[in-house]
Design a protein around this ligand. Sequence first.
Ligand SMILES: *[C@@H]1O[C@H](CO)[C@@H](O)[C@H](O)[C@H]1NC(C)=O
Ligand SMILES: *[C@@H]1O[C@H](CO)[C@@H](O)[C@H](O)[C@H]1NC(C)=O
Ligand SMILES: *[C@@H]1O[C@H](CO)[C@@H](O)[C@H](O)[C@H]1NC(C)=O
Ligand SMILES: *[C@@H]1O[C@H](CO)[C@@H](O)[C@H](O)[C@H]1NC(C)=O
Ligand SMILES: *[C@@H]1O[C@H](CO)[C@@H](O)[C@H](O)[C@H]1NC(C)=O
Ligand SMILES: *[C@@H]1O[C@H](CO)[C@@H](O)[C@H](O)[C@H]1NC(C)=O
Length: 360
Amino acid sequence: MIFSAPSELTLLVVAVLAAVTLPAAADTYDMVKEYAGSTFFDDWQFYDHFDNLTNGDAVFVSASQGLSQRLAYVDTTTNHAIMKVDNTSTVNFPDKRNTVRLQTNDRYSVGSVWTVDMLHVPYGCSVWPAFWSHSPDWPTGGEIDTFEGVNQVTNNQMGLHTNDGCKQVSANQSSTLVNSTDCSNLVNSNQGCITTDPSTKSYGADFANSGGGVWVTEYAQSGISIWFFPRANVPSTLSSNASTIDTSTLGIPVGNWPATGCNMDSFFNPQNIIFDITLCGDFAGAVNIFSQTCPGVCYNDHVLGNGSNFATAYFEVASMRVFSKTGTNTVVKGSNAASSPLPPSLRWSAILLGAWLLLA
Ligand SMILES: *[C@@H]1O[C@H](CO)[C@@H](O)[C@H](O)[C@H]1NC(C)=O
Ligand SMILES: *[C@@H]1O[C@H](CO)[C@@H](O)[C@H](O)[C@H]1NC(C)=O
Ligand SMILES: *[C@@H]1O[C@H](CO)[C@@H](O)[C@H](O)[C@H]1NC(C)=O
Ligand SMILES: *[C@@H]1O[C@H](CO)[C@@H](O)[C@H](O)[C@H]1NC(C)=O
Ligand SMILES: *[C@@H]1O[C@H](CO)[C@@H](O)[C@H](O)[C@H]1NC(C)=O
Ligand SMILES: *[C@@H]1O[C@H](CO)[C@@H](O)[C@H](O)[C@H]1NC(C)=O
C-alpha cells in the first residue's frame, strides 16, 4: 500500500506552523508505506539466481516460483507473509536448496524509520537469515543489519558495514555486548561494527515462544539506532499501527551508531530493505562458526537430504512499515530496477578460504 506524499502546500503549511508554533520535533516520523497482508509481496525484487553473493548452498527463487513452491506467500488464515527454505524436497549432491532473497523496489533515504513485526524468524543448523538494508553501490552507501543470526545461536546481532572510516563511537545503547566497533568492510574480514542483543528473545526458538516481536530501525542524520521489543513489551504506538511514531518515546535503543563516529552523508545512501535466508556460505558455513552451535559438516549433514532440518527455517511477518521524518518524503521510487544487486558483505572471507581448503 502506498501513501501519497504530502503536497507542497501541506509541506509549506506544516513548515510555517512548525516554525511559528511548534518546538522542533526531530524524532517524529509519518508512515509512508506498509507491506502487509495480501499485498505484502507486491513491490519487491526477487533475486532469482543461486547465491553468488555469500557463497551459500542456496538458490534464491523468483517471485512466481516463491508463490508456486510455497516459499514466499501470504498465509490466508493469519494474513501473515511467510518466507522460507524449501523443506519438502530431497536435495542430492552437488545441488543447492531453494530459498528466498527479496529487496524492496523502493529505497529509503536518511530521515527514515522502518519497523518489522515478526512472529517467527529462521533458525537451525546451516540456516543464515537476515533482515537488513543496503545501498546498491555497496560498500559505498553502506549496509544496516537489523536482524541476523546463524545456525543455533540464541541472540540477534546487529551492525553496520561501510567504506573505511566509519566507527561506532559514544554509543548510547542498552546492549553491552559489542563484538567490534569498526564498520569498515576492509577491517576484520568485513565483520562490521556488531552489537549483540543480550536478550535470547531476539532470536530462534525463544523469539517464537515469546510470540515474536518488533524491530525499529532509525536511519537519521544523527545516526542509526535499532530497538527490539519482544511481544510482551511492544509499545502501543507500534502495536496500534499508529500513522506517526516518535522515536524519542522508545527508550534507549539496543544498538546505536551515532553520527559522531560515522557521518551519515559520507557513509550512507538510500537503502533497499532486504529479507534473505541463505544456507552455510561465508558466515554460517565457516567451520569455526558452524562448529560453535552445530554438529557435522554444514552442507553434507544439513542441506542435503529430505529437508526435515528446515521446519524452523522461515520468517513469519505480520507487517513491515516505513516512515519518513515529518514534513519530508524519503521514498526513492523503484530505483533498484536499473542496477543489479551487488554483493553484500563478503563476511569472514578469510575464514571461508580456510573452510574451503579444509573441505577441498
Ligand atoms: C550473480 O549472478 C547474476 C546473474 O547472472 C549476475 O548478474 C551478477 O553479476 C552475479 N554477481 C556476482 C557477485 O557474481
Ligand atoms: C559476539 O559477542 C557475543 C557476546 O560476547 C558472542 O556470544 C558472539 O558469539 C559474538 N559473535 C561473533 C560473530 O563474534
Ligand atoms: C495501518 O495503517 C494504515 C494507514 O495509516 C492503513 O492504510 C493500513 O491498512 C493499516 N494496516 C493494518 C494492517 O491495519
Ligand atoms: C541516552 O538515550 C536516552 C533515551 O533517548 C536519553 O534519555 C539519555 O539522555 C541518553 N544518554 C546520553 C548519555 O546521551
Ligand atoms: C528425513 O531424513 C531424516 C534424516 O536422514 C530421517 O531421520 C527422517 O526419517 C526422514 N524423514 C522422512 C519423512 O523421510
Ligand atoms: C516444513 O516446515 C513447515 C513450517 O514452515 C512445517 O509445518 C512442516 O511440518 C515442515 N515439513 C516437513 C516435511 O518437515
